[in-house]
Design a protein around this ligand. Structure first.
Ligand code: ATP
Length: 359
């Protein structure tokens, strides 16, 4: 049985459909990321799970229990927002103890839980510090601790790391994942940052314009994006997509590059799927999967970005621009021509009209 089941869930604000349809099952103990660009309906979905917004239609089940009409306080969810909700006049200890105290827990039990959560979130040395003397980073840690101490069966986090600095964000990614492993809570984590989703989540629900685009493990959405949106959104940089069309001969496809086009190798199954198509296709490959080769896509180098040991080489321009990522300096510079080839097995093809992956 799933911990959370969203069934045909929709939400409109007046005429505006913020969530057009959502069907999603989140397993008990699963870390699910809701990932998508700003305005895609992530927070709206989360707020309905929390009980802060009423769905326009559809159902939300926790286990077998329908949550319609169940107020937030009775749902057994912990919620951490982008903006930490902390009592600044209280100490870290008092902030952490607040929830259990309000629930009437015994002093010894409160002390034990505060100690355990503080230990886990590295707040032990700061327990007696007043919250108004803490940095934004630490405040967000306290906010997470305040929610975690209630040991909710379901933990909802809405962009909890977007206000903390980059170095701290990297630390917190690891800590949050450990926290969830330790408590085996069901976590739903809203983010627009695919790195956060990719590093922490068991599965990712990718959303765009109020529509769920794909649900899968980080590797599934990375390797086998269901459509062009997911292909571009997942990965940094996203998947390269070049226009092409089925070849007249039986060679699979022709990619529009140069006056004659290029006919890159495809695995047999994909080549026959492409041959069966009528319209244009998009030839997709990950920037990390290309290698310099004798034969392949011959393109001018337009820009070279060096990020430490990593090099991102920009090739071509306009509609036929692609990026290639190398883990070392491959010695290419602007103006040179590079020949790159993605291995046939890593190529993905999309129907240019529908944007859907061709299988
Ligand atoms: P962000 O990261 O920017 O919050 P999001 O994916 O979480 O993005 P939502 O906050 O769910 O997006 O908003 C989805 C859409 O619904 C947006 O276009 C937003 O402007 C709109 N929206 C959200 N809440 C309301 C509201 N109370 N009234 C009207 N429109 C709303």
């Amino acid at each position: 049985m799933s911990a959370i089941h969203l069934k045909n869930l929709t939400k409109s604000f007046g005429d505006f459909a913020a969530l057009k349809t959502m069907d999603l099952e989140i397993a008990d103990g699963e870390f699910m990321a809701l990932l998508g660009p700003s305005g895609c309906g992530k927070s709206t979905t989360m707020n309905m799970i929390a009980g802060m917004e009423e769905p326009t239609s559809g159902r939300i089940l926790f286990g077998e229990r329908d949550m319609a009409g169940v107020p937030m306080g009775r749902r057994g969810v912990g919620f951490v927002f982008q903006n930490y909700a902390i009592f600044t006049h209280m100490s870290v200890r008092q902030n952490l103890a607040y929830g259990p105290r309000m629930r009437g827990a015994a002093k010894a039990e409160i002390d034990r839980r505060v100690g355990a959560v503080a230990e886990m979130l590295q707040l032990s040395p700061l327990l007696d510090r007043k919250a108004d003397r803490l940095s934004v980073n630490i405040l967000q840690r306290v906010a997470i601790g305040r929610s975690a101490i209630m040991e909710p069966a379901i933990f909802l986090l809405d962009e909890p790391l977007s206000n903390v600095d980059a170095a701290f964000r990297a630390v917190m990614r690891t800590e949050l994942k450990q926290l969830q492993r330790q408590f085996r809570q069901t976590m739903v984590y809203v983010t627009h940052d695919q790195l956060e989703a990719m590093t922490m989540a068991d599965r990712i629900a990718v959303m765009d314009h109020g529509v769920l685009q794909q649900v899968g493990t980080p590797l599934e959405v990375y390797n086998n994006p269901a459509n062009v949106f997911v292909a571009r959104f997942i990965g940094a940089p996203g998947m390269n997509l070049l226009k092409g069309r089925p070849a007249e001969s039986d060679r699979g496809l022709v990619v529009d590059l140069g006056p004659l086009g290029v006919t890159p190798p495809l695995p047999d199954e994909l080549a026959s799927a492409v041959r069966a198509m009528r319209g244009d296709v998009l030839y997709g490959f990950r920037p990390e999967q290309v290698a310099l080769a004798e034969r392949g896509l011959s393109m001018p180098v337009s820009f070279v970005e060096r990020i430490g040991a990593r090099t991102i080489v920009h090739l071509g321009d306009g509609e036929s621009a692609v990026k290639a990522v190398f883990e070392n300096d491959v010695g290419l510079s602007v103006g040179q021509t590079a020949v790159v080839a993605p291995p046939a097995s890593s190529v993905r093809i999309f129907d240019a009209a529908t944007g859907l992956a061709v299988k």
